[in-house]
Each structure stands twice: as structure tokens, then as C-alpha cells.
Design a protein around this ligand. Structure first.
Ligand code: PLP
Length: 395
């Protein structure tokens, strides 16, 4: 059957793929420890689940407005105002089927054939694919572990061409957990203003920042930057609600109205029940967020310290999100249990098949020589997984 050229260039998400392979092995009875998944291991808090049940009982089981219920949009803007002091109106919000869908809406609204988007590598696996699906060209600017994965502004400037229309930020970042500091954000805002670029800021991990640091959104710098920025956020990571599929985009009214029109033609609104659950998440008690964050922070501290003690592994301390992204390049070029390991993909496959630990190869994020390991799993699994890693690597 015919497959379009656009579809032909897209491969399945490697993170979802590794997680699925691990799940399959578990179904086959193998005791695999999964460091591959990008979702909290916590259950969705009870009061949120209860709100979903109440929504069903109250008959909220029909289509809602295509861009989401007004109460949820109001809750989104109220929370943003309360937490970081950013002011938006409810009609600047479009509620989508997760942050991923919000991003897909943005690229469809923004991109024409051949338009370029600057992204920062290591990048989340879906960014290049989503941009390409809309006819755009992702242009990666590499960032370096030695600089805490902060981009060099001179390189960002060099990446801008007459076809560049946008720059995409993800702070805190998947897969590195890095946070762009104020100076970096300021430089990017200046480059965007000089070249009239749209800024897309994926802030899905903004509630998962450690060491008492506060989130700084690029939209908080000044009104001019805010006016050219579209924010992406959602409940998946902050409230352990990955399966509920609620995210949103916030930005200039006209742009958001276009995103909403596209959504109305392609998917209509996300699940009505999930929207009411997300409403309870945003308007209910917030101590669940702080509790989960504290647990992630403890696990991060343990993981980074333990990895740092392993021969041939260098690991930054991620200030946010729930991933460690160690440099494992010293182990490439080795022969392990009769297998030649030259790439991060070969290492990840070896670790899964021989060590029964699933990870995601750095190459999937545009960073060969690294592995991504999620600490959104129990402390016990982290300890057991580390032991297996040592055994598999013979260190
Ligand atoms: C950087 C980043 N952005 C967006 C998302 C989308 O999350 P969701 O669609 O579950 O809201 C993810 C999920 O893994 C992510 O890591």
C-alpha cells in the first residue's frame, strides 16, 4: 500500500520502543528492570481519580468545546499566575491530548514546507519527527555535558538562516535534566527578537526542579519575549497522569485560535473525563506534587552518586526532570560477553538482553556516547539495576 514520503521518513519513538520491548520481556516472565520509561511510577493521586468518577456520574461524558472546557483553561492560567507570576487569559489556552499533541498542533500551525526550527541536542526524541511531519527541518545545536548542556549563544546565532522560523526550548530537559540559566534564556530571547523567531518553550518538567531552585520560563523575561513565546505544559509528569492524556499550549490569542481550529478538525477535544480530572489536579491540594518531587530528588542523589563511583561512567547531576544521562563512551569499542559494542544502541541492546536492564541509547537523542536512565522507578529497582549494570559491564 502507498506510504507518503513524510510518513516514510518517520521511525517509531525509540523511548516508547525500548519500554515496549522491556514490557514484552516481562510478559515472557523475565525480570527486567526498566530505566527506559518516561513516566512517574506513582499512582495518580486519589482525589484526582475521584474527580474523574464524579465527572462521569455528573454526565460529563459528552464532547466538550474543541479546545477544552473553560474551567480547565481558567485553572491553567490561575496556576501559572500563582506559581510564576505569568498573566494570560483563558482564551490564550488550548487543551490537547497531552503535551505531545499540543506540540503537534503548534508545528501544524507554524510551519510551511522547508521552514527551519532550531532545537538543542541532546533533544527529546519526538521533536525532529514532529517537525519533519509538518514539512519543517529541525536544525540541532549541540550542547555539551561539560557546560551543563547550556548552549553556546554564538552557535545558536550561526544556526539561524533566512528559513529559520522558530527556536524550541525544553527546560528542564529530557533527556539531560538540564535547566537553561537566565543568561542563556536572555541570549536566546535576544536572538529570537533580532530574527523575528517564534519561541516554543516545552515546560512539561517545570514542577520537577530540585535543590530548592525555582522555575524560570523564558516568557518571564519581558513582555516582548512573552508575546513571541508559546508555552507547552501538562499534567502527565507533575501529577503522575501520563495515561490521562491532558496537556496544553498557551500563547498569543490568534495563534492559539488557529491551533484550536486545527484540533477541532483533527481530534476534537481531549477526553471530557480526563479534563475534569486535570481540573481537580490543578485546583486541588498541591502537596502530592511536592511529595513526588522530594522522592525523585532522593532517588536522583542516590543514582548520581552510585554512577559516579563506576569505572568509565561520567554523570552530571541533573537539576530537573527524572533522568540521568551518563557519558558511557569509555565502554564503547569493548567486547562484552562475545559481543562487539561500538554504539550506544548496541550497548542498550546488550544491557537489555544480557543484563535485563532497559535504557535508551543516547543516539536516539542526537547524542552518541550516552545512555538515558530514568529514575521514575522505585529506589529498590535503582539499587538492583545498578548492580546488574556493574555485572554486565564487568566493573
Ligand atoms: C520533553 C517532553 N515534552 C513533552 C512530553 C509529552 O508528554 P505528554 O504528551 O504525556 O503530556 C514528554 C513526554 O515524555 C517529554 O519528555
Amino acid at each position: 500500500m502507498k506510504i507518503s514520503q513524510r510518513a516514510a521518513q518517520i521511525s517509531p519513538s525509540p523511548t516508547v520502543g525500548m519500554a515496549a520491548r522491556a514490557k514484552q520481556m516481562i510478559r515472557e516472565g523475565l525480570d527486567v528492570i526498566s530505566f527506559a520509561v518516561g513516566e512517574p511510577d506513582f499512582a495518580t493521586p486519589e482525589h484526582i481519580c475521584r474527580a474523574a468518577q464524579e465527572a462521569m456520574e455528573a454526565g460529563h461524558t459528552k464532547y466538550t468545546a474543541a479546545s477544552g472546557i473553560l474551567e480547565l483553561k481558567e485553572a491553567v492560567v490561575a496556576r501559572l499566575r500563582a506559581e510564576v507570576g505569568l498573566n494570560y487569559d483563558a482564551d490564550q489556552v488550548c487543551i490537547s491530548n497531552g503535551g505531545k499533541h499540543a506540540l503537534a498542533n503548534i508545528w501544524q500551525t507554524l510551519l510551511d514546507e522547508g521552514d527551519e526550527v532550531i532545537i538543542f541536542a541532546p533533544y527529546w526524541v519526538s521533536y525532529p519527527a514532529q517537525i519533519q511531519l509538518c514539512g519543517g527541518r529541525p536544525k540541532a545545536v549541540m550542547t555539551d555535558a561539560s557546560r551543563g548542556f547550556q548552549p553556546d549563544p554564538a552557535e545558536v546565532r550561526r544556526a539561524v538562516t533566512p528559513r529559520t522560523v522558530a527556536v524550541l526550548l525544553n527546560s528542564p530537559a529530557n533527556p539531560t535534566g538540564s535547566i537553561f540559566d537566565r543568561e542563556t534564556l536572555q541570549e536566546i530571547a535576544t536572538i529570537a527578537a533580532e530574527n523575528d523567531l517564534t519561541i516554543v518553550s516545552d515546560e512539561i518538567y517545570r514542577n520537577l526542579i530540585f535543590d530548592g531552585r525555582q522555575h524560570l520560563s523564558i516568557a518571564m523575561l519581558d513582555e516582548e519575549t512573552k508575546a513571541r513565546t508559546i508555552l507547552v505544559d501538562g499534567v502527565s509528569k507533575s501529577y503522575a497522569m501520563t495515561g490521562w492524556r491532558i496537556g496544553w499550549l498557551i500563547g498569543p490569542r490568534q495563534f492559539v485560535a488557529k491551533c484550536s481550529s486545527i484540533q477541532s478538525q483533527q481530534t476534537s477535544a481531549p477526553s471530557s473525563i480526563s479534563q475534569y480530572a486535570a481540573l481537580a489536579a490543578l485546583t486541588g491540594p498541591q502537596d502530592c506534587v511536592a511529595r513526588m518531587r522530594a522522592q525523585f530528588e532522593q532517588r536522583r542523589n542516590f543514582f548520581v552518586k552510585a554512577l559516579g563511583e563506576l569505572e568509565g561512567i561520567k554523570c552530571n547531576t541533573p537539576p530537573g526532570a527524572f533522568y540521568v544521562f551518563p557519558d558511557i563512551s569509555a565502554h564503547l569499542g569493548r567486547n562484552l560477553a562475545g559481543r562487539q559494542i561500538d554504539t550506544s544502541l548496541q550497548l542498550a541492546e546488550y544491557l537489555l538482553e544480557e543484563g535485563l536492564i532497559s535504557t535508551v541509547p543516547g543516539a536516539a537523542f542526537g547524542a552518541e556516547g550516552f545512555l538515558r536512565l530514568s529514575f521514575a522507578c522505585s529506589a529498590e529497582d535503582i539499587k538492583r539495576g545498578l548492580q546488574r549494570l556493574k555485572t554486565a559491564l564487568g566493573i
